[in-house]
Design a protein around this ligand. Structure first.
Ligand SMILES: [Zn+2]
Length: 371
């Protein structure tokens, strides 16, 4: 395929159709939940032993775009123990592990596992609409397949963690700040108000605030400190007009223990007290909460125990966000776990080590049968 499949018209439909057929062929009940036209989640349920924990396994079906890749993105090939292709690491490798698990567990007559929900969610890389839709369906009066499962006891969100359970990660808040001015002919700027000059003061103050965060917000022992960065600026329409509007975009990473919306409010309060110019905070574009390591230590320990003899695993924290913080808000222990190294995610020659895929299957089979 290649470049022709890029763009907003493509999305996950090819993947979700294939997954639907896969679950149907192995006779595991599944549903397609449309999230928006052409995009949706595939959710399958493997019933299990009622005395064992009910587990939700989540892997996203989307990838980042393929522009600039140095390998054929959708023609996987193996070389020296590495499988190359877009999504191999983030996170189709894990999705393949999930499909191997469902086949192996379904065929296992001992049935030592509890009920497992396999959630294949869309739109993780951008706005996480897929996870939000599934969570809404789990929280409200359940219908269809989801009505057949009881309370979920634990959730594992697949991302490339090098087979270490991630118990904590940062979240993000992103928003825009706007300054307004008064447009006049640039031959007599004194008659107008320059929105870019106003924004310059805001930006300078925000830089100061970003340094203060190091001392104002306690660093998390696994994830490090809170950060803030102004990433974009746009203003003015022509060099001979005094600009009447300027906007910046801000990225604030929140650490476990912080709340994303509260972090924006705190920045605004500080700026109002420390910057005299007029400005406006626009509604947030992104609110993603951090994953807190307060209720998931036991779950991480179970995964580490299952990994023993296969790999040396340890509970870790990471700086990037995942679906896990959303599922954790439902109140169940949630960790992130999966084969592959995040260093290879989103790269121009993305790959995953095949051995880690096999190890992940072994670890998770043990985990699901032990827990
Ligand atoms: Zn991912």
């Amino acid at each position: 395929m290649g470049a022709a499949v890029e763009g907003d018209g493509w999305f996950e439909a090819g993947m979700t159709d294939w997954l639907g057929r896969f679950f149907h062929e192995i006779n595991v009940p599944c549903e397609y939940h449309e999230v928006e036209p052409g995009r949706g989640n595939v959710v399958a349920v493997l019933p299990g032993n009622a005395d064992r924990p009910c587990t939700l396994l989540d892997a996203h079906t989307d990838t980042v775009p393929v522009a600039g890749m140095t390998i054929a993105p959708f023609t996987p090939f193996e070389q020296e123990g590495r499988l190359f292709g877009r999504g191999s690491c983030d996170v189709k490798g894990s999705l393949a592990v999930m499909l191997e698990l469902v086949q192996r567990l379904k065929a296992d007559p001992a049935q030592m596992h509890g009920t497992i929900i396999f959630s294949c969610t869309c739109d993780e890389e951008r706005t996480q609409k897929g996870a939000a839709d599934l969570i809404r369906r789990l929280e409200s009066q359940r219908h269809g397949l989801l009505a057949t499962v009881g309370e979920i006891d634990q959730t594992v969100v697949f991302e490339p963690t090098g087979l270490n359970p991630v118990v904590a990660h940062k979240g993000a808040a992103r928003w825009k700040v706007q300054t307004d001015g008064e447009a006049v002919h640039s031959s007599d700027p004194s008659r107008g108000i320059n929105a870019i000059y106003r924004m310059a003061e805001v930006v300078r103050a925000l830089e100061q605030y970003s340094h203060l965060l190091k001392t104002e917000v306690p660093a998390h022992h696994l994830c490090g400190g809170a950060t803030m960065s102004v990433g974009r600026i746009a203003g003015g329409s022509s060099v001979n007009i005094v600009p009447d509007c300027c906007r910046i975009e801000i990225d604030r990473r929140v650490v476990p223990g912080e709340e994303a919306a509260a972090a924006i409010a705190a920045a605004e309060t500080w700026l109002r007290a420390n910057c005299e110019t007029e400005f406006e905070f626009l509604p947030p574009d992104t609110i993603s909460q951090p994953l807190n390591d307060t209720g998931n230590a036991e779950l991480a320990e179970k995964l580490i125990a299952a990994a023993s003899g296969i790999v040396e695993a340890e509970a870790i924290g990471v700086p990037y966000g995942t679906h896990a913080s959303r599922f954790a808000l439902l109140g169940m222990p949630t960790v992130v776990f999966g084969p592959g190294d995040i260093a290879q995610a989103h790269t121009k020659d993305e790959w995953i080590e095949v051995k880690q895929l096999e190890q992940a299957v072994e670890i998770l089979l043990k985990f699901l049968s032990l827990s």
